[in-house]
Design a protein around this ligand. Structure first.
Ligand code: XUL
Ligand code: CO
Length: 438
């Protein structure tokens, strides 16, 4: 029994469903381009917003019924939360969940207590996973809420804080490993600065590189086969976060020799906050070979903070879905709903309605993208645009057949006079606009 027990299991009922508590588009076994919808999307529910957030904001108290929360979370409360979370997950029917160490476990004042409490909840989680078949997409350690992390975790000016962070990551990575998690995420919420005046940026980056190398070494030592992921975000809570976007993460990884070891978890609204399109971040990660997973949400177009809203616009997401499909889909990643309710959404049904809408939005974008790919239009427009590079001249440049002087001489002597060809941008955009799913 939990606050979610009055909600019936959510099933696919098609466009004419008679209840709001049903999927209208997401039909998990429907085949799309040779793969089940569920296997393309690999949806996950996050523990923190869904079960660990009482509906507070910076001006107001909690509004949501979350009887298992309080100033000090006991093991009983943590288990009550777990019961509710898995009741919700099995009714919603998503294959995965994600969690931070402190979301799931009883509160702890010392590292000894922390180690014991994460171990106790791990056992209870393992039992719930076995009973329901729900799997772990990723675990992560919260290295940003406690006051000790106000000046950073790995990038703290105090090495004792670095050591605390190392301990938390060790326990959480090992727990994630034993729970067969498919990835382990590090979001550097405090790995950045509020003022450059008191910050040694080079030192902090070196510390962060050292920390991440230790995490990667430990992963190999314990035989964790999942993917280590960094989640870029430009700012909030700090003024500047070192992992500001995919390109910055790639530069950091390659400086510390970790570009083969670590990938990225791209969050929609973090891209927006960085002034980038979500699909840009996916394309960049694919280009650098570090695409891992996605945190699904959206911001509000009229403000610049992290509102973590559920997605509801399939057309907006279609370009990202095209990239995902063309790259062959997730390896170990998935779509994790890092999204939260609005404070007035106080009914247990609201958490279902939010996730149903988000999942149906993804399913619609998936169908749109698949239908568009099947027509081959976008692919052929793009191929045509680069046709010159597949011709003899283009291939020769690409293969290093000219040095700069030789190419200059050739361009001059051959009297090259290239003409601008249409980019067909409006046509491409109209193909997206008209890709509404059937
Ligand atoms: C914060 C955020 C985090 C990470 C996990 O903006 O997205 O919840 O996903 O720490
Ligand atoms: Co996130």
């Amino acid at each position: 029994m939990s606050i979610f027990s009055t909600i019936p299991p959510i099933r696919f009922a098609g466009a004419d469903a008679r209840t709001d508590l049903a999927y209208r588009v997401y039909d998990k076994d429907r085949m799309v381009l040779g793969r089940r919808m569920q296997d393309w999307l690999r949806c996950a529910v996050c523990y923190w917003h869904s079960f660990n957030w009482p509906g507070t904001d910076i001006f107001g108290a909690g509004t949501l019924p979350r009887p298992w929360l309080g100033p000090h979370v006991t093991q009983d409360m943590a288990e009550q939360k777990l019961e509710a979370a898995f009741d919700f997950l099995s009714r919603l029917g998503t294959p995965y969940f994600t969690f931070h160490d402190v979301d799931a476990m009883a509160g702890a004042a010392s590292l000894r207590e922390h180690e014991a409490n994460i171990g106790r909840i791990e056992q209870a989680i393992a039992q719930k996973m076995a009973a329901t078949g729900v799997k772990l997409l990723w675990g992560t350690a919260n290295l940003f809420s406690h006051p000790r992390y106000a000046a950073g975790a790995a990038t703290s000016p105090n090495p004792e804080v670095f050591a605390w962070a190392a301990a938390q990551v060790r326990y959480c990575l090992e727990t994630t490993h034993r729970l067969n998690g498919e990835n382990y995420v590090l979001w550097g919420g405090r790995e950045g600065y509020d003022s450059l005046l008191n910050t040694d940026l080079k030192r902090e980056l070196d510390q962060y590189g050292r920390f991440l190398s230790m995490v990667v070494d430990h992963k190999h030592k314990i035989g964790f086969k999942g993917t280590i992921l960094i989640e870029p975000k430009p700012f909030e809570p700090t003024k500047h976060q070192y992992d500001r976007d995919v390109a910055a993460v790639y530069a950091f990884l390659s400086k510390y020799g970790l570009e083969q070891q670590v990938k990225v978890n791209i969050e929609v609204n973090h891209a927006t906050l960085a002034g980038l399109d979500f699909e840009h971040e996916i394309a960049a990660a694919l280009a650098y070979g570090i695409f891992g997973s996605i945190d699904m949400n959206r911001g509000d177009p009229r403000n610049g903070w992290d509102t973590d809203q559920f997605p509801n616009n399939a057309q907006d997401l279609t370009p990202a879905m095209l990239l995902l499909l063309q790259s062959g889909g997730f390896a170990t990643g998935g779509f994790n709903f890092d999204a939260k309710l609005r404070r007035q959404s106080v009914d247990p049904a609201d958490l279902f309605l939010a996730h149903i809408a988000g999942i149906d939005t993804l399913a619609r974008a998936l169908l749109n993208a698949a239908a568009l790919l099947e027509t081959g239009r976008l692919q052929s427009l793009r191929e045509e645009r680069y046709a010159g590079w597949r011709g003899e001249f283009g291939l020769r440049i690409g293969a290093g057949g000219y040095d700069l002087a030789a190419l200059a001489d050739h361009a001059r002597d051959a009297g090259l006079d290239p003409r601008l060809a249409s980019g067909r941008q409006e046509l491409c955009e109209s193909l997206i606009a008209n890709s509404a799913s059937r």
